[in-house]
Design a protein around this ligand. Structure first.
Ligand code: 2P0
Length: 324
């Protein structure tokens, strides 16, 4: 039986980061994380079963080698779940710059998980979809949900899943300072493995992040924006500190990244409350509240970085079209 489905998923930016696995095959992380799904960056993916072999087209280009194999290994999981042996044609479009530290794998694998299972005739509960998406890319588990999401590290396949967090009216928004939208030199997957294997600061990162995680849940529960922002900023800096201790060091920062971090401090002193976070790339994401979005955007534009995007909380993954 063939079947085709199109799914749309949005990227997410972690406020408490995921950086390190205890099980690479199952993508069980060392620590739990918290994220905000954004409306600005999305992936739309169509999967059609019934092909003789798997094929993947991303933004008009046929994938081969490691990225194509990664999709095929993921489709193996869906074949196992659905008890089928045919192959799939995957066509995907990103509005996220691919592999630039703007969470393209999060929206990518969340959309792929939803489209591939729907097209195979499976209906997965959101938690099960997040468990499946996790095995494509860890952060994809969180993009199954809109707004604030938590990914519990868990200890095995079924206990490592994401779920939505109630937003008590934090009115969050984000300004993304795009310092460089090019492909990063080292993937997050390789960089987090290198950190875990070689950085003397990795164990300290894991214990600090566990504590940041529980403080973050408390801060969100209390609707305390200042505390949410302070925790997000320090957690991101701690993650980068652990990377800097790797051999060889993992340095995603560029001069404009540092200029953005300084600007965030200046804006804060001037009364526009905002906090910075950074992922596996040089871009700086500035967490603020919606009424301050325009002021902060203008300030980043005046700094003269490569690009500026503003974002509000975005929706969870959805199926757009499905045919049997
Ligand atoms: C995060 N990042 O929590 C962290 C912060 C990047 C920095 O999740 O190996 O692409 O596919 O599970 O999900 C990026 O890692 O890694 C990421 P894999 P993924 O958002």
């Amino acid at each position: 039986m063939t079947g085709s489905s199109t799914a749309v998923a949005h990227s997410n930016i972690a406020l408490i980061k995921y950086w390190g696995k205890v099980d690479s095959r199952l993508a069980i992380p060392a620590t739990s994380s918290v994220s905000l799904t954004l409306d600005a960056y999305r992936t739309e993916t169509t999967v059609e079963w019934g092909a003789e072999q798997d094929s993947v087209v991303l933004d008009g280009a046929v994938l081969s080698g490691v990225p194509a194999d990664r999709v095929s290994r993921f489709l193996d999981l869906v074949r196992d779940l659905a008890g089928r042996s045919d192959h799939a044609t995957v066509v995907s479009r990103n509005t996220v710059p691919t592999a630039a530290g703007l969470a393209s794998s999060a929206s990518g694998f969340a959309a792929l998980a939803a489209a591939a299972t729907s097209a195979a005739g499976l209906t997965l509960a959101p938690r099960d979809l997040s468990i499946l998406a996790r095995k494509g890319s860890g952060s994809a588990s969180r993009s199954v949900f809109g707004g604030l999401a938590v990914w519990y590290a868990g200890t095995d396949d079924l206990s490592s899943y994401a779920e939505p967090l109630v937003d008590p009216g934090l009115d969050l928004a984000m300004v993304v300072a795009v310092v460089n939208a090019g492909t990063k030199e080292i993937s997050s997957r390789d960089a987090m493995r290198l950190t875990a294997e070689t950085s003397p600061y990795y164990d300290a990162w894991v214990s600090a992040s566990r504590s940041d995680f529980s403080s973050m849940l408390d801060a969100i529960g209390a609707g305390d924006f200042t505390r949410v922002g302070e925790l997000a900023e320090s957690n991101a800096m701690r993650m980068h500190a652990s990377m800097l201790g790797s051999t060889p060091p993992v340095t995603y920062w560029e001069p404009d990244s540092v200029r953005c971090l300084r600007l965030v401090r200046e804006l804060r002193s001037a009364g526009a409350e905002c906090y910075a976070t950074m992922d596996a790339g040089p871009n700086v994401k500035i967490l603020c509240r919606r009424p301050d979005l325009a002021t902060i955007r203008t300030a980043v534009e005046e700094l003269g970085v490569a690009g500026v995007t503003t974002a509000l909380p975005g929706p969870g993954v959805r199926i757009d079209r499905a045919t049997a």
